[in-house]
Ligand binder design. Sequence first.
Ligand code: TPP
Ligand code: MG
Length: 908
Amino acid sequence: MQAKAQLEQQIIAKQPAPLHSADSDPQETVEWLEAWDQILNEESPQRAAYLLSALTERARSAGLELPLPSFNTPYWNTIRVEDELPYPGDLEIERRIKSIIRWNAMAMVVQQNKKDPGIGGHIATYASIATLMEVGFNHFFRATIKDQEGQDQPGDFVYFQGHASPGIYSRAFLEGRLSLKQVENFRHELREEPGLSSYPHPWLMPDFWRFPTVSMGLASLNAIYQARFMRYMENRGLTAATDRKVWAFLGDGEMDEPESMGSITLASRERLDNLIFVINCNLQRLDGPVRGNGKIIQELEAAFRGAGWNVIKVLWGRGWDPLFAKDRSGILLKRMEECVDGEYQSFRAKEAKFLREKFFGKYPELAAMVADMSDEDIWNLRRGGHDSIKVYNAYKRAFEHRGQPTVILAKTIKGYGLGPSGGEGRNLAHQSKKLDETDLVNFTRRFGLQISEEDAKAAKFFLPPENSPEVIYLHQRRRALGGYYPERQTTSDLIETPALDFFKEQIAGSDGREVSTTMAFVRVLTSLLKDKTVGKRVVPIIPDEARTFGMESLFRQVGIYASQGQLYEPHDADMFLYYKESKDGQILEEGITEAGSMCSFTAAGTAYSNYGVEMIPFYIFYSMFGFQRIGDFVWAFADARGRGFLCGATAGRTTLNGEGLQHQDGHSLVLSSTVPTCLSYDPAFAYEIAVIIQDGLRRMYQEDEDIFYYLALYNENYAQPPMPEGAEEGIIRGIYKLKAGDDKPKAHLLGSGPMVNEVLRAQRILAEQYGIQTDVWSVTSYNELRRDALRAERWSRLHPSEPEQRPYIVRVMGETEGPIVASTDYMKIVPDQIAPWLNGRLVSLGTDGFGRSDSREYLRAHFEINAESIVSATLSRLAREGKFNAKKAAQAMIELGLRAEAVDPASA
Ligand SMILES: Cc1ncc(C[n+]2csc(CCOP(=O)(O)OP(=O)(O)O)c2C)c(N)n1
Ligand SMILES: [Mg+2]
């Protein structure tokens, strides 16, 4: 009854302004309100709420324009005190465990910065999120779970707030999973005993971290797509359906990254009730407040609620409950609502006196409410995110909620408990790496740690004995939750991948039929999808460009994944290739989101570790909108040890022609070359694609290599020749001889992608018009050639007394003579990658500069990569070497239509 009265008071205090500002009949208004109050008090809040919504409905259907509903609830906890469940754990012992973890997390950073100033690390973030983490670790994060058949399945997935990593390490240290040496070497990864990586990096700690998160915004988007992919796997029958959850712990400042909020409607549309966001609202980012002049929590609440999420706010700790209960007039809520975040930060950055005066003191009635509380009591009024009971209740609700994803907005304090030198609640909190001795000692007192003053001042690690109640409890809890966390599985269910004869069609060539490499690739994909072993594991991912790439036949063949099936009859249902959506559809048709598609690629490409099932994603995108647009996600994919094929279609700055400057890609191969585990290929022919994909499948899914592929795919149609005898090795390693000249060559022409055709044409012109014989080579990967050469060179450098290792490019081209002219639809720097091993013989022709809309012919002339430019470059170079008459070379330029004074395309 008391609670209802309290709610009533609060609701009245919150009453919105009337529709018409002047109340024309106050008496009538009061009657209505009293009638409603009666329902609230004598029936239930639910009934009262129902009647309100029924009235609203009625008003709408009568055509009244009502004010838009607010997506905000008052600035208080979503879960009412009377609805709270009791805490299922031992609060006191959990508090002690948390205090030890807090201490060691802080000590880890402080120690490192003492011995190595500038090594960095963060203490304030974990200090704010510790309770949110610990309630999860003790009661929610399951390492394994049983499916309906009683089989062990991988448990929940947790995306940790990256720079809270010291806290996660600190817990693993207390669990005995990390050694003292390891924590002493936090951020010192190159020391005698491998240290701990700065942030969650599976590449560096493959048994520990699963998800790279520290680049702001990655976690949110990846978590959404992970939760969606989890359903995809279940709906396609590839994994058992469980109640496994994806948790993402995010910073409030981090929510400003467009990626953080960019796909939240996907999560609600897909009804991802396996997804829980916990936003650590400590009201601060790196430089200062997230929303000094507003309220980040209210802003996020409205946005998430508007997007269809279940929102749970955890703002105030237990200590506030009696104050709310006393608050008959709603003055406390009023004060809470009128304060902006900048003020909330000051309340914490200063002392209790300030809080009493500035917060409570503003209204006498409010000041009276805390008059009998000591300064210490006031100071100990906690925020919700620091109260285990409040946090537990929010998690439990989120865990049980059905039909929507949940976001928990937890109000915390940055640098909680670290004192002034640790930056508690202060703008400098994020950068603080050290605590002064007073604050170190205060820390131990504040959290009740049994650490001597001397040890405290030295920020020594504190490890209770194995048989201490804390350690015993810790292990018990983890056992109950199926094991330790985080932990990354490295075993996978490797599969037998197809041999090369599976790709007969591509190896045999197109018999004169003109097809593009994109079409050839689609044929490969189609065959793979039909294969008994690998077929069901293939995940085609497309951001709304299937028709552009000629892939629409796949819609019908394997269906588009739609969690609800197809609720309508498609207009093209009577056609053979209709737009088929189904619950077990295989294609992830993502719509226009390259970043989202990349997250699907990541979920699928790491499924071998996360779900124990090897999946084979092919993500086909507009090559310009891949690496350059979403490069950070690709980098994280590599860190996560992802496997799969990225396919940059409509590749090449002149092969995709009419689209102009923003679309024509001449540099994705440069960008892809920067990712250490990415193998970049620029194939010219169908059989090259077949050989590369066959080898990639073998290496990734049969040999268990943590690598992935980038293939440039073009849309120019030409006859696809059969594969020359014995070309496989060269195709994989990066170069093979495609067509020898009739006689000993005077020069060598390198081509990749469709430029191979220009190079072959140049070979004919050189022979027929200028009597120069050349050999033509197809270069499938300059980047692989370079990497091989760098490896060989390094080995030789480190083994000066042994015979030198010869790089593949040297073995292939070392004995040849004469200039080497390369033509590529990519930047000159792509062929230049092998220049150091060609003794100054290389001339690179490429597409440096902005693209233009025009025909291929004009574009290739403009960028000086066409056959005429190749011929001219060869003659010019031969002339410089004294092997061709210079005047004739100049004359040839005129014959070939080249202009010496043309604008340089690199700066045009
Ligand atoms: C994309 C990106 N930009 C910048 C940074 C640098 N950075 C690390 S933490 C941080 C502030 C984070 O604030 P918030 O998300 O509120 O987390 P808090 O530490 O307050 O919990 C910034 C800017 C980053 N990690 N990633
Ligand atoms: Mg923050």
